[in-house]
Structure formats: structure tokens, C-alpha cells
Write a protein of this length. Structure first.
Length: 291
């Protein structure tokens, strides 16, 4: 695995574009949380696939299509590169690994599971997080595999809409697993592991930011062991989608903060194409490969 591009952001995030032995490229993001904005303070966000098959409308990785799953060694290799960076720069050792990079981790479940166990054994890292579009059968499998383990895996569920009608247009997986079913799985997971499931909600201007969305989110999440994480859309130049102003994100948050557990997410590395798939997309465009 070779680093072909490395960018350092103003908030100390480091984005890597990595080339593997077969010539395919993936991205890895290292986040150093100096101001303690996150639960974990020295975090690696790893990719689990080359491309992605889920076809989320807003996602730069989704536009690139699915190529193949990463092996456990290719996943671990991303952590190795970031661990070397921590040593070289004398930053805090990595305390968490998050599967929120390129790909849907649950579509590469066996390799992701093996990588988690190997990273735990190699680095003594026990904090992990898996981001998913909501593949409920794999959530149940994760429960069965890790419910008696010392490894702590937080679930991060990408919701991004408060109604099935809106969500199915931006996330096709909704046609198979609707909002009620994935919220039910998220609640079960949180209750078993005694840690709140993160519900990610990325705001698209004029799409999912209405008063009705606020009311539906309150009904969906109130009184449940879930935490809504609100963020602005990372603009991927997709026709029909616009990023909101930060004041709009704050306003949306203010309408919910006294009703449900929620917070605004800090987008690390926004000035270096920190969003999933953005750096690879930029490199492909530089190389004349039209997406």
C-alpha cells in the first residue's frame, strides 16, 4: 500500500489517498481532536471497500461504483499508516478506529470483523465505530458476534431523512429497509451494548430541513437510546443538492436540542476534501476520468 497523496488540514486532520497492489485507490482520514469535539481524540476513519454499491445520491464514493472488498490486511494497513504519523508528529496514540470511509462496512462484514479483532490485538485499541446505511440483518449479526467481547463498537446509522419518501430518493436502501425497521435495530443495539446509537443527519438545503422534518425526527427519536448528529452536506457538486449555511444547521439544531439528545458534528478536514470519496474523485478528474 502506497501513499500517493497526503493533505493536512487547518484542524490537523490528515487525508490520505492510498494505492494498493492492484492499482485501486482508497481514502483514509486521520483526525486529531485537540479541542475535544469528538468522543475520541485520536481517530482513524478507514475505508472498507473500493467504491460502494449502495448508490446514495449524495455520496462521492457512490458515484464511483463498487469495485471490490478490502482484505483485512488492507484495512489494518490504513491504521498502520496513521499510527506511524502519530509517532512521527508526537501526537496522541490512536484511541479509536471508525469504519466511515469508502464503502458500506456491512457489505464486507467478515473482513471488517477480522480487521477489528486484529487491530485490537495489535494496538490494544478497543473503541470502534461502524457507520452503515442501515443493513439490519448485519446489525443483528454484529450484536451476536460482539455482545460478550471487550471490544466496544458504537453503531453510527446514516438516516439523512425523516420520511421514507424523501429517504428512498437519496438512499435506495430505504426500499429494502425502511426507517422504522432501522430505528428499531438501532434501539436494540443501543440497549444491548449500553451505548447510544449515533443517528447521522446531514442537511441538504430545501430537502430535509423543514419544520415537518423537525417534528418527525422528534417523534422518531424521543425517549430512545439514540443521539442525533446533525451536519451540513459536504458539497460534492451533485445537481439538485445544495449545502446549507452554517446558521441554518444551527437553527435546525436549536429547534431540536431541548426535545431530543442531539449535537452538531464538526466536519474534520473540510478544507482538504475530508468527506468520503472526495479526494479520490478529485484525483480521477485530474487524470481525465469523468465520473
Amino acid at each position: 500500500m502506497k501513499v500517493i497523496k497526503k493533505l493536512v488540514s487547518s484542524d490537523n486532520a490528515v487525508k490520505y489517498l492510498l494505492k494498493m497492489e492492484d492499482g485501486n485507490t482508497i481514502e483514509t482520514l486521520y483526525m486529531y481532536d485537540k479541542e475535544l469535539k469528538l468522543t475520541y481524540h485520536s481517530t482513524v476513519c478507514v475505508s472498507s471497500q473500493v467504491g460502494c454499491s449502495q448508490g446514495c445520491f449524495f455520496c462521492a464514493t457512490g458515484k464511483q461504483g463498487f469495485v471490490r472488498n478490502l482484505t483485512p490486511l488492507e484495512i489494518i494497513g490504513q491504521v498502520d499508516i496513521c499510527a506511524d504519523h502519530c509517532k512521527e508528529t508526537k501526537l496522541l496514540p490512536i484511541d479509536a478506529v471508525v469504519f466511515a470511509g469508502m464503502g458500506e462496512p456491512f457489505m464486507n462484514y467478515e473482513n471488517v470483523r477480522e480487521a477489528i479483532i486484529s487491530i485490537y490485538n495489535k494496538y490494544k485499541i478497543s473503541n470502534f465505530e461502524i457507520a452503515t446505511v442501515g443493513l439490519t440483518p448485519r446489525i443483528n449479526r454484529l450484536i451476536n458476534d460482539f455482545k460478550n467481547s471487550d471490544i466496544k463498537i458504537r453503531l453510527n446509522l446514516s438516516l439523512h431523512a425523516s420520511s421514507n419518501d424523501t429517504r428512498k430518493h437519496i438512499m435506495p436502501v430505504t426500499l429494502k429497509y425502511d426507517i422504522d425497521s432501522i430505528i428499531e435495530a438501532a434501539v436494540e443495539y443501543a440497549e444491548i451494548f449500553k451505548i447510544k446509537t449515533r443517528i447521522r443527519y446531514m442537511i441538504f438545503k430545501g430537502v430535509n430541513d423543514t419544520e415537518e422534518d423537525v417534528e418527525r425526527l422528534e417523534r422518531l427519536l424521543k425517549g430512545k437510546p439514540l443521539k442525533l448528529i446533525i451536519s451540513a452536506y459536504n458539497d460534492n457538486n451533485i445537481e439538485g443538492l445544495m449545502a446549507p449555511e452554517q446558521n441554518d444547521v444551527i437553527d435546525f439544531y436549536n429547534k431540536l436540542k431541548n426535545k431530543i439528545d442531539c449535537e452538531i458534528f464538526h466536519n474534520f478536514g473540510s478544507d482538504i476534501k475530508g468527506g468520503c470519496g472526495q479526494l479520490k474523485q478529485e484525483k480521477m478528474m485530474e487524470d481525465g476520468k469523468i465520473l
